[in-house]
Design a protein around this ligand. Structure first.
Ligand code: NAI
Length: 387
């Protein structure tokens, strides 16, 4: 029998993580204070698995096994005997602290205590533990059963054994694991910021409208969705909150400055698809506006956003957030970028990327456009990321 896995919080993420663990053959205990939420999670799982049967991906027996392996409970006492608990409750440090303190009383010495937090520090979450070398970040992407990437984040307290067994376990669930430092936004939510931020800035300057910027990124960049379409999918409330939290956590580094346009959309309740209107109108009968398909303008927009993304990916290498391989993997597997940003930089030529950033920096005189020192060094030494 495989190890027992505990998942705390049966919301969007917790329910998905429980499904992943159960599909990999683990007995799972899914705990939520809210019993309605537990019932909802159970009903949603049944629906999802039925769809998988229709598609011929699993059999009726497999569906029953996956369902039977998950125990739904409202008391964390049921976690007893687990070898790993993944916490996926509300993103609130004070509440997570309380929960981690009590978790330690119901599990064994060797149980790993992980958080799926997107924005809080793992070191801080683990600070309440008596045995703090067992804390770790295990960050799934939404929807957890479909997105292949998982960021594993050791905190300063995390023991090597905790890290190694977490990586091994999550890999055994068929996930692509990247290991990254306990820094704001980890890899994906840090490196991806300019995809939204620079697109919003280009719009605010009046260079192009939403549809044209989206077209530039899909047409020239091969991104599956343009930034405004994607923000409307994610929700402007959720996306804005991530940007603001990364900005604050980086001591207000202007590179991560949130945008008024997005803030106003959020304030107006233009949250995106879920509210029927975001940057675009999704109400019945409405038509998404057509882009201005001006090749030169489109290339300029795409290039400006891309070099800003590349600069951010290079900064993550420079600050040892993760290996260059993991940074490229994270962006292709976590947010479906058509290519890793560092490989893209090599192909564009690092000298050209630096040239574009220097032109932006000179024109605007703003810190957000400052080229990363590692990029400058690599151009000087004639180096590339991948041979
Ligand atoms: P959610 O709001 O869908 O679910 C949270 C669940 O936790 C709710 O069912 C709630 O009843 C339960 N809960 C709250 N306090 C509890 C407690 N003390 N004990 C037991 N259950 C409790 O939230 P979501 O979106 O699933 O996010 C959960 C965590 O995952 C957060 O830390 C978030 O930052 C992170 N995350 C979210 C992603 C997303 O796209 N939604 C992506 C990756 C990480």
């Amino acid at each position: 029998m495989k190890e027992k896995i505990g998942v705390l919080g049966a919301g969007t993420m917790g329910a998905g993580i429980a499904q992943v663990a159960s599909q990999s053959g683990h007995p799972v205990v899914l705990v939520d204070l809210n019993t309605e939420q537990l019932q909802k999670a159970k009903a949603n799982l049944a629906k999802t698995l039925s769809k998988l049967i229709e598609k011929g991906k699993i059999t009726e027996d497999q569906k029953n096994d996956i369902e039977n392996r998950i125990e739904y409970a409202s008391d964390i006492k049921h976690f007893s005997g687990s070898s790993l608990i993944i916490e996926a409750i509300v993103e609130d440090l004070a509440i997570k602290h309380k929960v981690f303190e009590t978790l330690e009383n119901v599990v064994s010495e060797n149980c790993i205590l992980a958080s799926n937090t997107s924005s809080l520090s793992i070191a801080s979450i683990g600070s309440v533990l008596k045995k703090s070398d067992r804390v770790i970040g295990i960050h799934f992407f939404n929807p957890a059963p479909l997105m292949p990437l998982v960021e594993v984040i050791p905190a300063v307290q995390t023991g090597l054994e905790t890290l190694e067994s977490s990586v091994e376990l999550i890999k055994s669930w068929g996930k692509t694991v990247v290991v990254c430092k306990d820094t704001p936004g980890f890899i994906v939510n840090r490196v991806a910021r300019p995809f939204y931020g620079e697109a919003l800035r280009i719009y605010e300057e009046g260079i192009a409208d939403f549809a044209t910027i989206d077209w530039a990124m899909t047409h020239f960049g091969g991104f599956k969705m343009g930034p405004f379409t994607l923000m409307d999918y994610i929700g402007n409330d959720v996306n804005y909150a991530v940007t603001e939290s990364v900005f604050q956590a980086f001591y207000y580094d202007p590179r991560f400055k949130p945008s008024f346009t997005q803030k106003r959309h959020r304030e107006a309740g233009f949250l995106g698809r879920k509210s029927g209107r975001g940057y675009y109108d999704y109400s019945e009968g409405s038509v998404i506006p057509s882009p201005t398909e001006d090749e030169d303008l489109g290339k300029q927009i795409f290039n400006r956003i891309l070099v800003m993304l590349i600069n951010e990916a290079i900064d993550a290498v420079f600050m040892n957030v993760a290996s260059k391989e993991d940074i490229d993997l994270a962006m292709t597997k976590g947010v479906n970028y058509p290519k890793g940003l560092l490989l893209w930089a090599d192909q564009l030529g690092l000298k050209n990327v630096l040239g574009d950033l220097e032109r932006l920096f000179l024109e605007y005189g703003e810190d957000r456009y400052r080229p990363n020192p590692l990029l400058k060094r690599m151009v000087k030494e004639n180096e590339i990321f991948f041979n």
